[in-house]
Design a protein around this ligand. Structure first.
Ligand code: BG6
Length: 480
């Protein structure tokens, strides 16, 4: 032990020169390293043969700068190493295994290892198998496996991947990442719900009319055609990020904020969701338009997309019914899309209206419902909307809000990856997706994936296809 909060670890990032490693993992790892919580070392492992330890350190230093990380005070990145795994053959993983052992000996490490798979999903199986076959999963310390999303393409592939993972690792060693769970505001959902008895007493079908979860992006494909065109919004966002948010909103009170207690409640929610009807899903694909005043091209025109046969959805909206005592009859509406009107991730909880209006003589027939809006990004905070009487002779009601914004009180929030990486080192699995959870989620969406439904076009810079309105049966989607 080093006297630090977390024992020493060797991180092995497979995909160590890729976009995820460069843009997200290394900046987060660097910030953790700066906080001096743990002594750790890292081997970046990529397919390229051109790097050695020194050129990899230079490459990472440049990447950190590009990502706006202040590196002016670093003397050296001598805790970073590079080892190629070339084409990913067993032979090359044997060489990686030798390097790991050599470094552990040289650095006097006890064998605590984290394998982070920052590679395309198609490479997950081969990488996991090779790590296991060369015996890297066994050491004198703790060995952990981190797998990025999407975990599988459907139920069957997720089950197969789980079986493969469990051939070499116990579930307690596996960290399936959904980076949304690392966002401070997402974690705060638990604190908000379970430390404010006032809201918890309103949190059911008795008081809530509907729940809308929106993740709207203004970005388009961003040169990810190779990945995205085979995936689409249902697999890329709904099955994981939005469904995770839904489970946190809908779950029962766990016995403690502890990995199995929380994940058990989330799985119960997933199992209570009724099969999704084809009519409760709307898909869309963006066409040309203007986003935030800038002209943008349509999905079909993006580099790498074959317009004549791409039916990939860049927008998806789904209506879910959670068939349990708390939520029966309350629609949970999930929607996400690229090239939408504005960047916004929010959960809007609409409460039931007053049963009758006593203000009819003032021409107020319909009183708008109270609403709680939890903004997860960009301006993290809450708004609770309620009615007030405007000062005047007769009754005129207007909507006002109680507003709370994180940045005003707490300043910079930690990046999701920073939180998740630290949890991995500490061995806390609460914010990671369990095997049965990922399968329960795929079970919900898999029947929809082979369904050749219409993909409606929507102009970039709008809120998506108008057809999505039908899911609300006469109401309108909440937008600020
Ligand atoms: C990723 C998706 O998981 O999440 C991307 O693959 C998406 O398509 C991204 O853009 C959104 O994450 P965030 O944190 O920017 O909301």
């Amino acid at each position: 032990m080093t006297g630090k909060k977390v024992p020493p670890y060797l991180f092995i990032i497979v995909g160590g020169t890729g976009d995820l490693a460069r843009r997200k993992l290394l900046p987060a790892i660097f910030r953790l390293w700066e906080k001096n919580l743990s002594e750790f070392y890292l081997i970046g492992s990529g397919s390229g043969k051109k790097h050695n330890d020194q050129t990899y350190r230079d490459f990472i230093a440049r990447s950190l700068e590009e990502e706006g990380v202040d590196t002016s005070h670093i003397d050296s990145l001598d805790w970073l190493y590079y080892q190629s795994v070339g084409t990913g053959s067993l032979e090359e993983f044997k060489i990686l295994a030798d390097r790991v052992q050599e470094l552990e000996k040289k650095l006097n490490l006890t064998g605590n290892r984290v394998f982070y798979l920052a590679v395309p999903p198609s490479v997950f199986p081969n990488t996991i198998k090779n790590i296991g076959e060369v015996g890297l999963n066994k050491s004198g310390g703790e060995t952990k496996l981190v797998v990025e999303k999407p975990f599988g393409r459907d139920l069957q592939s997720a089950q197969e991947l789980n079986r493969l993972v469990h051939t070499y690792f116990n579930e307690s060693q596996v960290y399936r990442i959904d980076h949304y769970l690392g966002k401070e505001t997402v974690q705060n959902l638990l604190a908000f719900r379970f430390s404010n008895a006032m809201f918890e007493s309103l949190w059911s079908r008795d008081r809530i009319e509907r729940v809308e979860i929106t993740v709207a992006e203004t970005l388009g494909l961003e040169h990810r055609a190779g990945y995205y065109d085979k995936v689409g919004a249902l697999r890329d966002m709904i099955q994981n990020h939005l469904t995770q948010l839904m489970t946190l909103v809908a779950m029962e009170v766990p016995t403690a904020i502890e990995a199995d207690a929380v994940r058990y409640e989330k799985v119960k929610v997933l199992r209570a969701v009724s099969p999704i009807l084809a009519g409760d899903v709307v898909r869309g694909q963006y066409t040309r338009g203007a986003v935030e005043g800038r002209e943008v091209i349509g999905y079909c025109e993006e580099e790498g997309i074959n317009c004549s046969d791409s039916r990939t959805e860049t927008y998806a909206a789904v209506k879910l019914n959670i068939s349990n005592w708390r939520w029966q009859g309350v629609p949970f509406l999930l929607r996400t899309g690229k090239r939408l009107f504005k960047e916004a991730t929010e959960i809007a909880i609409t409460f039931r209206r007053p049963p009758v209006s006593i203000f009819k003589q003032f021409s107020i027939k319909d009183i708008q419902p109270n609403r709680l809006v939890i903004t997860l990004q960009p301006d993290e905070g809450f708004d609770l909307y309620f009615k007030v009487k405007e000062p005047a002779e007769s009754y005129k009601l207007s909507t006002q809000s109680l507003h709370f914004e994180y940045s005003e009180l707490f300043g910079r929030l930690p990046d999701a990856y920073e939180t998740l990486l630290l949890d991995i080192l500490k061995g806390d699995q609460t914010l990671f997706v369990r095997a049965d959870e990922v399968e329960a989620s795929w079970e919900l969406y898999t029947p929809l994936l082979s369904n050749h439904q219409d993909v409606y076009k929507y102009a970039s810079g709008t809120w998506g296809p108008v057809e999505a309105e039908r899911l609300l049966e006469g109401e309108k989607w909440y937008t600020v």
